[in-house]
Design a protein around this ligand. Structure first.
Ligand code: MCA
Ligand code: AMP
Length: 505
């Protein structure tokens, strides 16, 4: 038995003395060196007691070493669980407990807060800092730079990525080797990647977009990435002339458009701009084309499914659409009430099936059964339709979800925190339009009779337990929430009322 994910992404590059990661200071790490760092780290994982199938949870800043931990997990057959660097200890506690992670890697600054949690659940803790230092890399120094790759089948798990749920509890999406490998192969071909590509990488590496889409494609094709710690317009402008491809969330594109240095000359060397994770306004697509001559290629994916659809590389990239189902992905638009396919052009829920679709939610058979049909179709929760030429258009969501700057925010999770605060009778979290983040979070509160709400104290409480990007940008007190005859809060009315809060007409 082999380990197809390792062989394709890393083993194939073992002898390549050509760059894999370029850093902003001009230095680089070759493919061959990256494979060796991964092997050393794989020894560290084994010495920390990790066995094939065990989970490793990591909350670490973006660095070559952090990326190599992912590679080490692939080689050692360990399930990789990357976590948003913005998560608070409260949030991390849930992920560590729920996943049963045996090893938790975090920044040195977080170790004292996390240690009691890690020990409570019988795990071990190791550190990795933004500059690559930490106990993990110290331990790796004296390890051999070759590691006997652990055999895995394509059905074995490679990663867990947590995605929040409408009930407020996050679900661990189980991704297999086949899910990751098949999608990387399809995308590499569809978007014409080659070893000559240099991808401008400014996304975080704890989500599908930056970790699997960008990184796996680059590893699979033996290309390289300009590896930036985060998105920063100045750095992007400096380095774009050296790149051939950029992948980003819509906020990357709107921020670039706000900068006069974005010109045809700056983008002359680029062959492809990809956008995803949140809706790209047709207007942004058009402005970008007018300014640079490039038509952004928009695609659509999910944590549970990797990438589902893409606009064509050669054909028309149609603004406001996410293109066609990728090769190997079946897509249908169905009536949410009965699962039947709706007539062409009608709006319905988007369902997808293919090798890209995950195995289910970790230890949540009921939630898995509710979203993943027995025939393999996954109910995405997105609402869409096909236009006359078969392009998929996403028109809304059948799930209570806000996407802010490419980060998913589930209202229920915030409402549960707000509802616990003194004097709060109930709350509703909505997303309203925002020029920078696409959508931003607003909280509507109702006080218990006779109570006066202390907004500052409520904000502080939310801040202590929820990641910064989930904090309501504004809290508004009302007498009562609008409800329909069934008693359900009418968030559409609230969204309408506060539509112009941050984007006045
Ligand atoms: C940072 N902040 C945010 C966000 N990011 N608040 C709301 N939404 C956000 N996305 C907070 C910061 O903590 C800070 O708080 C304040 O907002 C301003 O920070 P700023 O410096 O402007 O932010 P930034 O560091 O420049 O980050 C913005 C960003 C970043 C570049 C858009 O959020 C980002 O890289 N997003 C990409 C997310 C992503 O990779 N999504 C893919 C998910 P304060 O100053 O008040 O403390 S994968 C996926 O969705 C599927 C599978 C798919 O299809 O790809
Ligand atoms: P996540 O669960 O974080 O992977 O987020 C997946 C969700 O992001 C999808 O269900 C969509 O709602 C949204 N999404 C991803 N790409 C696009 C896109 N190109 N246009 C609109 N929504 C998108």
């Amino acid at each position: 038995m082999t380990n197809a994910l390792y062989d394709s992404l890393l083993g194939a590059n073992a002898g390549k003395e050509k760059p894999f990661l370029h850093f902003a200071d001009g230095s680089c790490l070759t493919h061959a060196a990256f494979v060796k760092v991964a092997a050393k780290l794989a020894h560290v994982l084994v010495e920390n007691g990790l066995r094939p199938g065990d989970r490793l949870a990591m909350q670490a800043e973006k660095s070559a070493e952090a990326l190599a931990i992912y590679a080490a997990c692939v080689q050692a057959g360990v399930v990789f669980l990357p976590l948003n660097t913005a998560y608070t200890v409260d949030e991390l506690t849930y992920f560590i407990e729920n996943s049963g992670a045996r090893l938790v890697i975090c920044d040195e600054r977080a170790q004292f807060a996390l240690l009691p949690v890690v020990h409570r659940f019988g795990a071990e803790l190791a550190t990795l800092n933004a500059n690559g230092s930490g106990s993990v890399t110290e331990h790796a120094q004296n390890q051999p730079d070759e590691f006997e790759t652990v055999p895995r089948t394509q059905e074995d798990l490679a990663a867990f990525l947590y995605t929040s749920g409408t009930t407020g509890r996050s679900k661990g999406a189980m991704l297999t080797q086949a899910n990751l490998l098949s999608n990387a192969a399809v995308l590499a071909e569809h978007w014409r990647f080659s070893e000559n590509d240099k991808l401008l990488h400014a996304l975080p590496i704890f989500h599908t977009h930056g970790l699997f889409v960008a990184t796996n494609i680059s590893l699979l094709t033996g290309g390289s990435m300009i590896f930036l710690p985060k998105f920063d317009v100045d750095a992007i402008v400096d380095l774009m002339p050296q790149a051939t491809v950029m992948m980003g969330v819509p906020t990357f594109y709107t921020r670039l458009l706000d900068d006069p240095r974005l010109t045809p000359d700056l983008t002359r060397h680029m062959r492809l701009f990809v956008s995803g994770s949140a809706p790209l306004l047709a207007e942004t697509h058009q402005r970008f084309e007018r300014r640079t001559g490039h038509r952004i290629l928009e695609r659509y994916g999910m944590t549970e499914t990797n990438m589902n659809t893409s606009n064509p590389y050669d054909g028309e990239r149609r603004p406001g659409t996410v293109g066609f189902p990728l090769p190997g992905v079946e897509l249908k638009i169905t009536d949410p009430s009965n699962g039947q396919i709706v007539p062409n052009g009608d709006v319905g829920q988007i369902e997808v099936r293919g090798q890209n679709v995950f195995k289910g939610y970790w230890q949540m058979p009921d939630k898995t059964a509710a979203e993943l049909r027995s025939d393999g179709f996954f109910i995405t929760g997105d609402l869409g339709k096909l236009d006359n030429d078969g392009y998929v258009q996403i028109v809304g969501r059948n799930k209570d979800l806000i996407i802010s700057g490419g980060y998913n925010v589930y209202p229920k999770e915030i409402e549960l925190v707000l509802d616990e605060q003194p004097g709060v009778l109930e709350s509703a979290i909505i997303g309203v339009p925002d020029a920078d983040f696409g959508e931003t979070v607003v909280g509507i509160l109702v006080a218990e009779p006779g109570e006066t709400l202390d907004i500052e104290a409520i904000n502080d409480a939310a801040g202590a337990s929820l990641a910064r990007f989930k904090h309501p940008r504004r809290l508004i007190i009302v007498d009562e929430l609008p409800r329909n005859t069934m008693g359900k809060v009418q968030k559409n009315l609230l969204r309408e009322t506060y539509r112009e809060l941050f984007m006045p007409a």
